[in-house]
Design a protein around this ligand. Structure first.
Ligand code: ZN
Length: 882
């Protein structure tokens, strides 16, 4: 039964609780279908609060079995209870009192995966954002912090492992074959960081000595038999702990740190205090079953959740509007970690690709919202790429504005000033203002104004006066609920390059602050004068992607080629190559519509091939250079009336033209990048595999037969190369016998490994063209598919909706109707998963009219369906709103 009616919550309505929670003492008697939860809570009335104010506790689908006040049964006249609320009246004016709440819950039938649930026989919790209220009645909000004592009782034979937050207090045997364990977490925390895991799992153990010399026990729990596949995660954890000490001075604060991998999980992972719970996809890896991409994700997510211990747990959010306080900041920290562990420019390229392909469409569509929103109907729908990735970019801009030393000082002040508190974005920004004396009031608009700013630039050189003038204009597009926008404070990385590629230093700069190669754009329109410029410069603008903006700057192909060849900032080299590629891809799509054959211009192809062959560049960078903008990147450039078919065919034509022009280069790269030794997951060897795979892609586009890809598939001794070859076969030659055989070989070899089978599902779900829908329907009937498992659903149905523009967007609308139907089915079990899948429709208004009509009709069927969850209702209504 749905009890949440989905009222809108407003930031402006925030006020502290009437009662202060002092202590929490929970006892769980675990049972698959009837777990008893006894919760003892000590409260006192906050000073100044009206003595008649009742205590109101949140619930969600709960049933109360007993309620005690100071150990005695509470008179029924003093409380009201519903499945989602417990109200208690006539409480003491000042003295602390104890409330004991007992509920019985059913983990077995909890298919939402929020609260206490079972996954592969393991008891597991997920409490962020509002899952704790599905366990017991509680003030379930992030500004209520308390120390927790937890006792878990369970059958010893079936459930030998009993875990919760904090330090282990002790355990022992109990009656009737049962046993118990007790845990104490001394660090006051909000309920969303509570966790309990119980079951029969294997463990990998290690330890870490902190900078002050304390030894911390490290444990990663996985299903029995999978222990060997957790060693990379353990290594990443130790590196994360070390890095946070060195880079931010942050030390771990308990005697033990645990990670548990589970196979049913709504998101990537969860930072519960001392007991992180992970989607097993982001823990388990070995060369035979994980791609380099998987290794990089594991490293990043292990780091992300660990870093939350300080940014999120020690200092948490006052309310859920402040989500970016912990998420944007922690993503920034994990990005920096990966940049330090791997290649900084290659990491930056990957971040920007991701930001542009996921966050820019969100920010430019009906679901656009500020990094710090001011209203929500369903908080689960605000775990978005805007809050996470744009939130990280905003943090990065603060670091760019201040420089490394002042940024670190600001972070130190934040940790010192707010440790143990639940705070706001204003508190965070104030720390940087205080250490620098800089005024952040205009900069703060990045948190409040939605939409990707568009900066238009033009330059002119005066050879007589030896001056260069740069004119900049900024515009923030209207977004839902925000029509008028103020100009933003935009830090633009900028250097001027001479014709030899060397950086030109101006004798002076007028019209704007320019320091450490960063120009501060603060006005709607700004003209910058660079004096003492001896030759016509080439401008490298928004260097390193210093600000998350769209840039409109007409640069000639030869200027872009100069940047691509000489910029010392390698991110900007890559950006210049993509800027060279884009007009070719746009033209090729137009040519498709007009029935003309596409060609790629020479300056672009030459620049691309020069980068591919440049041995002074790391292979990982060269692979990024060869990866053309995606179909969704091209669609975004068109900005409307999009025809996915024409975009796809045009891009294929450009790929083929490059493949033909560079065939000898690609043959050579494919051979020289072959690994000569045993597999290592290092960034360097991953880079060689990436470049080898890129070469194989082009080679297979220049050839009419699947033989080369098939040979690569047969020879691959690691998952990165095997999966790439399989995907190429499936995408290039979907109907060939060779492809069918390779798919079948892969399936039978990995049938017992669900995470690898997910790759098999995705490779097929992303086959371009109208025929893929039938394939998806067939695969959903495959015994290896499981509609109740979020990873399976995302790998098959999600990959189709998010990563297959021609299959999902087939002209007759069947793809949209299929997804609408899936959403309604999934919504019955798991609203979060359904709502997330529905966001694949967010750009429907940008489609050409025929497809847009089909997409809208499909959305209307979702909107009209009975008993929608608040999650899906919120997304569908915002998506359809004009
Ligand atoms: Zn996070």
């Amino acid at each position: 039964m749905r009890t949440d009616i989905g009222q809108v919550i407003h930031l402006a309505d925030y006020r502290p609780t009437d009662f202060v929670l002092e202590r929490v003492d929970l006892t769980f008697e675990l049972d698959p279908t009837a777990t008893k939860v006894e919760s003892r809570l000590i409260f006192h009335r906050r000073e100044g609060v009206d003595v008649t104010a009742p205590l109101i506790l949140d619930g969600d689908e709960l049933s109360l079995t007993s309620l005690l006040f100071d150990q005695e049964e509470l008179d029924a006249a003093r409380y009201d209870v519903t499945p989602d609320k417990l109200t208690i009246r006539e409480l003491p004016a000042e003295a602390p009192f104890e409330i004991t709440v007992t509920t019985i819950i059913n983990p077995q039938t909890n298919s939402q995966l929020m609260g206490l649930y079972r996954t592969n026989g393991v008891y597991c919790t997920q409490c962020e954002a509002e899952g704790f209220r599905r366990i017991t009645y509680f003030p379930d909000r992030p500004d209520v912090l308390a120390p927790y004592t937890i006792t878990i009782i369970a059958d010893k034979a079936s459930t030998p492992l009993l875990l919760s937050n904090g330090n282990f207090l002790g355990g022992g045997n109990y009656d009737e074959g049962r046993h118990f364990a007790a845990w104490f977490d001394p660090h006051p925390k909000p309920s969303y960081l509570f966790a309990l895991v119980a079951g029969d799992l294997g463990v990998v153990e290690d330890s870490f000595t902190t900078m002050s010399g304390r030894e911390v026990a490290l444990k990663i729990y996985v299903e029995h038999g999978k222990e060997a596949r957790a060693s990379y995660a353990m290594d990443a954890l130790k590196r994360s702990m070390k890095w946070d000490e060195e880079r931010f001075g942050r030390e771990y604060d308990l005697d033990i740190f645990m990670i548990v991998a589970v196979s049913d999980f709504n998101m990537g992972a969860m930072e519960n205090k001392g007991l992180n719970v992970f989607n097993d996809k982001y823990v388990l890896a070995d060369p035979q079953t994980a791609t380099d991409h998987d290794y990089a994700n594991i490293e990043a997510i292990i780091a992300h959740e660990y870093f939350h211990n300080w940014t999120g747990n020690r200092i948490t959010c006052r309310d859920w509007f402040q989500l970016c306080l912990k998420e944007g900041l922690t993503v920034y920290r994990d990005h920096e970690f990966s940049a330090d562990q791997r290649s900084r420019p290659v990491k930056r390229i990957a971040e920007v690709r991701h930001l542009k392909s996921e966050q820019f469409p969100e920010d430019g569509g009906p679901l656009a919202h500020p990094v710090r929103p001011t209203a929500y109907r369903e908080i689960n729908n605000f775990y978005t790429t805007t809050v996470y990735e744009k939130g990280s970019e905003v943090t990065r801009m603060i670091a760019t504005l201040l420089g490394d030393d002042l940024f670190r000082k600001g972070m130190d002040l934040y940790f010192e000033r707010h440790d143990g508190q639940a705070v706001t974005i204003e508190d965070f920004v104030q720390c940087f203002s205080d250490v620098s004396g800089r005024d952040f009031s205009q900069f703060a608009l990045w948190y409040h104004q939605a939409g990707t700013p568009l900066v238009t630039a033009s330059g002119s050189y005066d050879p007589v006066a030896k001056t260069f003038t740069l004119s900049l204009l900024q515009m923030v597009p209207a977004t839902p609920g925000q029509t008028e926008k103020a100009p933003m404070h935009i830090p633009l990385g900028l250097v001027l390059l001479g014709q030899s590629g060397a950086i030109l230093s101006p004798s002076s700069v007028e019209g704007g602050e320019y320091e450490r190669s960063v120009l501060h754009l603060t006005e709607r329109q700004q003209t910058i004068l660079f004096n003492g410029i001896a030759e016509r410069p080439v401008v490298s603008l928004n260097r390193g992607f210093s600000a998350p903006i769209n840039l409109q700057f007409d640069q000639t192909p030869s200027d872009l080629a100069l940047i691509a060849r000489h910029e010392t900032d390698h991110f900007s080299r890559w950006q210049a190559l993509m800027d060279l590629a884009m007009p070719n891809l746009l033209q090729a799509a137009r040519d498709q519509k007009d029935g003309k054959s596409a060609k790629a211009d020479k300056a672009f192809v030459e620049a691309l091939l020069a980068a591919a062959q440049d041995e002074s560049l790391e292979p990982a960078f060269r692979a990024q250079a060869l990866a053309l903008p995606s179909e969704s990147d091209i669609a975004r450039e068109f900005g409307g009336n999009n025809d996915p078919e024409a975009i796809h065919l045009g891009r294929q034509a450009v790929l083929t033209a490059i493949a033909e022009a560079g065939s000898t280069i690609f043959v050579q790269l494919y051979d020289t990048m072959k690994s000569n030794g045993t597999f290592t997951p290092t960034a360097e060897s991953a880079g060689r595999r990436a470049l080898r795979n890129a070469a194989l892609t082009y080679l297979s586009y220049a050839e009419p037969t699947p033989h080369r890809a098939l040979a690569a598939f047969g020879q691959a001794d690691n998952m990165t190369e095997m999966l790439h070859a399989l995907t190429l076969l499936a995408h290039r030659f979907p109907m060939s016998d060779e492809t069918n055989k390779a798919l079948e070989d892969f399936r039978s070899r990995f049938a017992d490994n669900a995470l690898v089978i997910d790759k098999w599902f995705s490779a097929q779900a992303t086959i371009p063209g109208a025929g893929t829908l039938e394939r998806i329907q067939t695969l959903m009937a495959n015994p290896l598919f499981n509609a109740g498992n979020p990873n399976r659903v995302r790998a098959l149905v999600g990959a189709f909706a998010f990563s297959n523009p021609t299959g999902f967007g087939r002209a007759d609308g069947e793809g949209y109707r299929f997804i609408a139907k899936q959403i309604l089915e999934i919504d019955q079990r798991n609203p979060q998963l359904a709502a997330r899948l529905l966001t694949s429709m967010r750009s429907w208004r940008k489609l050409e009219p025929g497809r847009a009509k089909h997409a809208e009709a499909a959305l209307r069927t979702v909107e009209a369906a009975p008993s929608l969850s608040t999650d899906v209702r919120d997304i569908v209504e915002r998506t359809l709103k004009a």
